[in-house]
Design a protein around this ligand. Structure first.
Ligand SMILES: CC(=O)N[C@H]1[C@@H](OP(=O)(O)OP(=O)(O)OC[C@H]2O[C@@H](n3ccc(=O)[nH]c3=O)[C@H](O)[C@@H]2O)O[C@H](CO)[C@@H](O)[C@@H]1O[C@H](C)C(=O)N[C@@H](C)C(=O)N[C@H](CCC(=O)O)C(=O)O
Length: 485
């Protein structure tokens, strides 16, 4: 609870119990902020908010006024929402060390790794695509980077429960839509930038600018962990007042990986850290994940880790749920589940499998509907180049016919066999049935997710990992039993 005059420069000490930007959740004695959205304008819902009990309306447009309600007109209600939510929740981000991770790919992996390492030392939190997780709380996050009120409320709860470090993903949408403007970041990490989300941002330039915002928000005593091998490195360096910490594989950096050896179930490399060299054996797979490990090291150095703590932490890193996650089995079949969102991700995963596999590479994949249509042909072309067999299936159909999406991918697969099995669970089972010892199965696109998005809402899906594990048991362990009989 706060008094109104603590939140605004106003001569009124009314008790305010909550603040809202969505009329559907407004509670009595609250403030409603009218946010102009991309599809609707929050000003339309003022009456609903008052009906639900809002006593204060923060708006930017001419509106009809009612008796007994306080109206506060501001230039930008979203900016005010950010400012007020910070005051309302007692500046929660200032009470913890906040690590923000942005970039096209790798945000989830880096933020999750930072959290899992920090868990050994203090109460740590993760907020991002997979979940919101801290101090025994685990729930689905509404967005990769949720909206201001959600973020502030959760940070407030974390601070109250003694969380010391928060690793959160900063999506380009979240940054552009001011969802984390009120967060005081201590460390910002850039993974990489490729041409994605142009449907929302319009141009690559706009996309880059939204990512850069995280770094321009940093103060002089914060740290910007930047990938020196990225084309945009100099631009990001110039965008921040923070101390720069560089990592990379190709260009000379403060944190470097050299002599990288990739294996199907782990990686080895020499880590160059402040002039020292350490040989690392690390349970994460694929070269693009080495970048993620280096970015994590950057964040940990920023959090005060010394070399010994870093080496210990990397050796114990666990693969993140549904991110190049190997599904264990005793049958010499390597099954990898990966979220694989962008075209570049598909290329990276295919290349890795091609490089380390001694058998065939079988992939189960699809493409999301009504989004990134051009991606379908590109995925097909890449599959053609690197894989041996493809099973095309549903991803998130959102009302488009799955067969049509699969056929569009299939048109570009001219040199290797491909089949369409629209039911994803059956497609995964098929892949397991077809595999022989030595083969690699790639289950791509769903990662940790246990739902399929429909035109409206979503339906439950058991998850690639669970289905693959069951199939292994049925196909291989069942066979073993038969042989014994
Ligand atoms: C493009 C985008 O991000 N849009 C977000 C935006 O939608 P919008 O601007 O259209 O909002 P709106 O629905 O018009 O509503 C405007 C205002 O009216 C309010 N309202 C609305 C209805 C009502 O009955 N009462 C009411 O008060 C809303 O709460 C809101 O404050 O604001 C809405 C609520 O404030 C968000 O739900 C919505 O996220 C959409 C659904 C979404 O899917 N966003 C995705 C793309 C997203 O953010 N993705 C990124 C990850 C990207 C990645 O890296 O892959 C993420 O961080 O998750």
């Amino acid at each position: 609870m706060k008094r109104l005059n603590e939140l605004f420069d106003i001569d009124n000490d009314m008790k305010i119990y909550s603040i809202h930007s969505d009329s559907r959740y407004v509670k009595p004695y609250s403030i409603f902020f009218c946010i102009e959205g991309l599809s609707v304008d929050g000003h339309r819902y003022i009456d609903d908010a008052i009906f639900q009990g809002a006593k204060v309306i923060v708006h930017s447009k001419d509106i009809d006024k009612q008796q007994g309600i306080i109206y506060i007109r501001v230039a930008d209600p979203l900016d005010e929402l950010n400012r007020v939510s910070n005051v309302f929740y007692d500046y929660p981000s200032k009470k913890m060390r906040i690590v923000g991770v942005t970039g096209t790919s790798g945000k989830t992996v880096v933020a999750s790794m930072v959290k899992s390492v920090m868990d050994h030392y203090c109460k740590a939190a993760y907020m991002g695509t997979i979940s919101l997780e801290y101090d025994g709380v685990k729930e689905e996050c509404p967005y990769t980077t949720p909206e201001t009120l959600y973020v502030q409320k959760k940070l407030f709860d974390m601070a109250r429960r003694g969380v010391k470090v928060v690793a959160m993903e900063a999506s380009s949408h979240g940054l552009a839509l001011k969802r984390i403007d009120a967060v005081d970041f201590n460390i910002a990490v850039l993974t990489n930038i490729s041409d994605e989300h142009l449907d929302f941002h319009g141009t690559r330039r706009q996309y880059i600018e939204s990512k850069k915002k995280l770094f321009s928000m940093l103060s002089t005593n914060s740290i910007a962990v930047l990938n020196k091998d990225e084309e945009v490195f100099e631009e990001f360096k110039d965008a921040t007042k923070a101390r720069i910490m560089t990592y990379g594989i190709k260009n000379e950096s403060e944190i470097m990986a050299k002599n990288i050896e990739l294996y199907i179930d782990h990686s080895e490399f020499d880590l160059l850290l402040k002039g020292n060299k350490y040989h690392i054996i690390c349970p994460v797979i694929a070269d693009f994940n080495i970048y993620n490990v280096l970015a994590t090291v950057g964040a940990l150095v920023g959090l005060g880790f010394d070399d010994r703590m870093i080496i210990e932490a990397i050796g114990e890193l666990k693969p993140v749920d549904g991110r190049m996650e190997i599904i264990p089995n005793r049958h010499n079949i390597t099954i990898i589940v990966d979220y694989c969102c962008h075209t570049k991700d598909f290329e990276n995963v295919f290349k890795f499998a091609d490089r380390v596999s001694r058998g065939r590479i079988i992939a189960v994949l699809g493409a999301p509907s009504k989004r990134h249509i051009a991606r379908r042909k590109k995925i097909g072309e890449l599959a053609n180049r690197y894989l041996d067999h493809v099973i095309l299936t549903e991803l998130d159909d959102r009302g488009e016919k799955v067969e049509d999406i699969c056929e569009e991918i299939q048109e570009a697969i001219t040199d290797i066999p491909s089949i369409i099995i629209t039911n994803r669970a059956i497609a995964v089972e098929q892949a397991v049935e077809q595999a022989s010892p030595g083969d690699v199965i790639l289950l791509l696109g769903k990662g940790h997710e246990k739902f399929i998005s429909l035109e409206v809402g979503q339906r439950d899906y058991e998850g690639d990992k669970a289905i693959a594990l069951k199939a292994i048991k049925r196909v291989y362990e069942g066979e073993e039993e038969n042989e014994l009989q």
